[in-house]
Design a protein around this ligand. Structure first.
Ligand SMILES: O=C(O)CCC(=O)C(=O)O
Ligand SMILES: [Fe+2]
Length: 219
């Protein structure tokens, strides 16, 4: 499942985060890539330190408290976020993400866009699938989450600066099709409640939703 989620953080907070990143040091992003991804990774990442720790905590909290993210990813654990910068000419060629990062199995990959799309050219996140390619470039503060099983790339930036936070979630539900089914069922349940309240049909959907999650959850 590929899902975009609006307004993980409001514009004023994104602005503050960009200012913080502006005074932080960046280093070659290849350090955190597997051996074959290293061959195609050409970006910079904010360096470890007190400022990065604070920034990580703030952005991770915003992502973890987003209801749609929780319903779509069913996260059990998140990796430490990376803050990446792509100046003109930078890109990240086609790769698949490492299956394990910091002891977390990567089921869901996500990118939180931090720069406004009008401020840089190129730099689309391109998700490759059997049915073709999807190019994603979202407003600052919006997030895209997609299956970590996919090949994907970041198109070359041809002007300006692309800033993103990227991370990975281990999901309670390993299988993407099961996650999507739970997401749909839960969305239908909530919408039904909003329209008709706690009806017997709502209760049946609640029962199915909870029991499928119980059946599939790895704890
Ligand atoms: O910058 C992005 O949107 C994704 C980067 C990426 O694929 C990665 O860091 O593995
Ligand atoms: Fe990736």
């Amino acid at each position: 499942m590929l899902i975009t989620i609006a307004d993980i953080l409001p514009p004023n907070e994104i602005e503050e985060i960009r200012t913080m990143l502006g005074s932080m040091r960046f280093e070659d992003g290849r350090a955190t890539a597997g051996w074959s991804a290293k061959l195609v990774k050409d970006n910079e990442q904010a360096r470890e330190g007190a400022a990065l720790t604070l920034l990580r905590e703030r952005v991770t909290n915003a992502i973890q408290s987003n209801e749609v993210f929780n319903l779509a990813a069913r996260p059990k654990a998140l990796t430490p976020l990376l803050f990446s910068r792509y100046t003109e000419g930078k890109q990240y060629g086609s790769h698949v993400d490492n299956p394990l990062m910091n002891g977390v199995r990567t089921d869901v990959s996500f990118t939180l866009f931090l720069a406004d799309p009008e401020t840089y050219d190129g730099g689309e996140l391109v998700i490759e699938s059997m049915s073709g390619e999807e190019e994603i470039k979202l407003p600052a503060g919006h997030l895209v989450a997609y299956d970590s099983t996919t090949l994907h790339r970041v198109a070359p930036v041809t002007g300006g600066e692309r800033l993103v936070a990227v991370g990975w979630a281990q999901s309670y539900v390993r299988d993407s099709a099961q996650r999507e089914l739970l997401f749909d069922l839960e969305t239908a349940r909530r919408n039904l409640f909003a329209q008709h309240g706690k009806t017997p049909e709502f209760d049946l959907l609640a029962k199915s939703s909870a029991n499928l999650f119980r059946m599939w959850a790895e704890v």
